[in-house]
Design a protein around this ligand. Structure first.
Ligand SMILES: Cc1cc2nc3c(=O)[nH]c(=O)nc-3n(C[C@H](O)[C@H](O)[C@H](O)COP(=O)(O)O)c2cc1C
Length: 172
């Protein structure tokens, strides 16, 4: 049985779903990360920033745009320093302006991925996986990038069976 690690970032609060702004008590990516773990087992690691992004959707989009423009590396509450115990590492996050939130890069840059398999998972509102596979190629040096999974955020709560099927195919 492969050992799986699911690194994820997910933001609660206001988000954009099917054309409207709604308040999420649990983030879309967090749901998907839990579905992966439920299907094939593994450890979850949540990337959390010291400075929280605004819960207001529009303000958050501006904060995220500034970070991306400046190639920022937001400080994290805690970092994972070693993934040597794992075979498969899933990196799950929301699509923010076509890629992962910069906080995910803060975490990935701390790790040695030599010999690992990494899998991009992204929740989104239309962009699909967008830049996620390329980001993992860039930031997970020494790893092989496996098949990705894109889940529309608005469908996240209903995606458990599709997520389980992808997980069983790729992470067993
Ligand atoms: C700052 C920000 C930027 C976003 N940019 C995109 C985007 O470029 N493409 C897209 O399809 N969705 C975009 N979205 C929508 C999110 O990717 C989507 O709602 C996601 O499921 C949120 O996941 P979370 O609840 O785990 O944070 C953006 C949302 C935010 C807050």
């Amino acid at each position: 049985m492969a050992k799986n690690l699911i690194i994820y970032y997910s933001r609660r609060g206001q988000n954009y779903l099917n054309g409207s702004i709604v308040d999420l008590v649990k983030g879309n990516t967090e749901r998907v990360a839990e579905y992966i773990r439920n299907a094939v087992g593994g450890d979850l690691f949540e990337v959390e920033t010291v400075k929280e992004y605004s819960t207001d959707y529009m303000t958050c989009t501006e904060e995220a745009k500034d970070e991306l423009r400046n190639n920022a590396r937001p400080e994290l509450k805690r970092t994972l320093n070693d993934v040597s115990d794992y075979d498969n590492i899933v990196v799950a996050g929301p699509c923010w302006w076509g890629t992962y939130p910069c906080a995910v890069f803060t975490q990935l840059e701390q790790l040695d991925f030599t010999g690992k398999k990494v899998f991009p998972v992204m929740t989104h509102e239309g962009s699909g996986l967008s830049g996620a596979p390329a980001a993992l190629k860039k930031y997970c040096k020494g790893a092989t990038v496996g098949a990705g999974l894109a889940v529309r955020g608005a469908e996240a709560a209903r995606s458990e069976s599709a997520v389980a099927a992808w997980s069983k195919k790729n992470l067993m």
